[in-house]
Design a binder for this molecule. Sequence first.
Ligand code: SF4
Ligand code: SF4
Length: 505
Amino acid sequence: MNFFNELTISTSFPVCYNLLPHYTAEGQKHAPLMNCVEEALSDGRIGSFFLSDHPAHPQEISSLQLAEDIIAAGGEPLISLALTFYDKNTVIEKLQQYCQMGVEQFLFVSGEYPAMPDNKQTKPAFDLDCVQLLMLLDELGISAGLKNSPEPKNVIGEEINIVKGCAVSPFKSLESEQVWQYEKLKRKIAVGADFVMTQLGYDIRKFDELVRFCTLQNITAPLVGNIFITDRHTAQLIRERNIPGVKMPDRLLQTLIQEENDPPKQFTRSAQTLAVLKGLGYHGTLIGGNSSDFSAVKLVLDEAEGFQSDWQNFLVDLDYSDSSFYYFQKDSRPGLNNNQPSPVEPKHFPYPMYSFSYFVDWMVYLPRGPLFKMTGRFCRFCNGRKFWHSSIWLLEFLSKGPLYGCKMCGDCVLYACGFLCYQSGCPKKMVNGPCGGSINGYCEVFPDKKLCFWVRVYKQMKGVSQHVTFSAPPIPARGSQLNKTSSWINFFLGKDHRKMHFEDD
Ligand code: SF4
Ligand code: SF4
């Protein structure tokens, strides 16, 4: 039985070993990692191994090779596939490489922004996000044409049954970050995510919040809590490297510094966390640390076995709550919430630019808008007439460039992003909600300098509703052929993601 199947069994609480987390990949070598696998398999409590397919790995570590060796040793790999460098075709090829060697379980993440974007080798693509990949896989899975494809090596056929996990961070500090995280989670589930794994975090109240949110939203996909055995050195590393989206609470860091001469305490804390996650209703856990052998994980599992019935007693010690926003109100018990949603910031008056854009959108893009037909006719007239086509392109470029920072991507989604342009506003081009990397509202690429694009979208949308949600359905991956073309013409010709059928009667 694989990790995912075990997650769905209420009496089971499977443990996946975080063998190759990308943030500690330096210094790790293939042979010691395989020793860990063999030790864990002979221990008998772990059968699944989490590997991050990430370009940050040193060259001597190939996730593909490691996955193959894990399968040969009798284990099962769970691959965390970062989409940073993949476009639609290359991600399918990559998935197929893994599938061909027998890998069935994946976690899809947007991936970090690479540290050296100027280097061509590390230039990110950010062509599709997790929501778009899930939509694409769904499309491929149901396409009869692909099932009979003469070139099955380029597609994932119906016989390949993969488990698709998604990540969420409940550990965000601000309302504008946290609400989007959960809205995006709803999107991921709606487009086919099979299980949910938390990003790395230490705030037990936030772990509890995610369980309550899923219950509130009828999300039944299994939840996997992420535990990283953390000593003082690791905690300081997380701080120094500013690992995107990972928040190291001050109080935990201070405790770890004080405990430096008492290393077993870090294992006890992780074992208590494991017991608490199980008590809160998580279905399984991902566990790992910086140690290059299995002993640390083994110690945690050994200790946790004796802790389960006492899990509520650990809440006081593990209460590192320090966020300014929690989705639910605080319970009288430490470290927990009750089921009452917290109040959110009040709605404000719409910003002038938002109102202007909304008005233009209503006039031109909605079929009931007064300029819809006329603009549609004109765009269709321009199509195929070089002079007029270039003129309309120039008009779009000259108007939307200064107003929105338009990059002429050819598939406009301003209407879905609070009339802000994700192409110029988000370094990772996240169009279906934020990545998990923001810290205190700031973008992971420009910490303390530039607000996360989706935090800005949230502020825009507070002008429309107090309870902000996505205003449009999920946006599928953009066709690269639309690059540098006119989104106006594409819209009225039905070439963009909205596939508008313009009838000129
Ligand atoms: S067309 Fe593309 S680049 Fe231009 S504003 Fe719209 S989303 Fe942004
Ligand atoms: S703007 Fe927000 S969503 Fe975009 S890369 Fe930065 S943190 Fe991620």
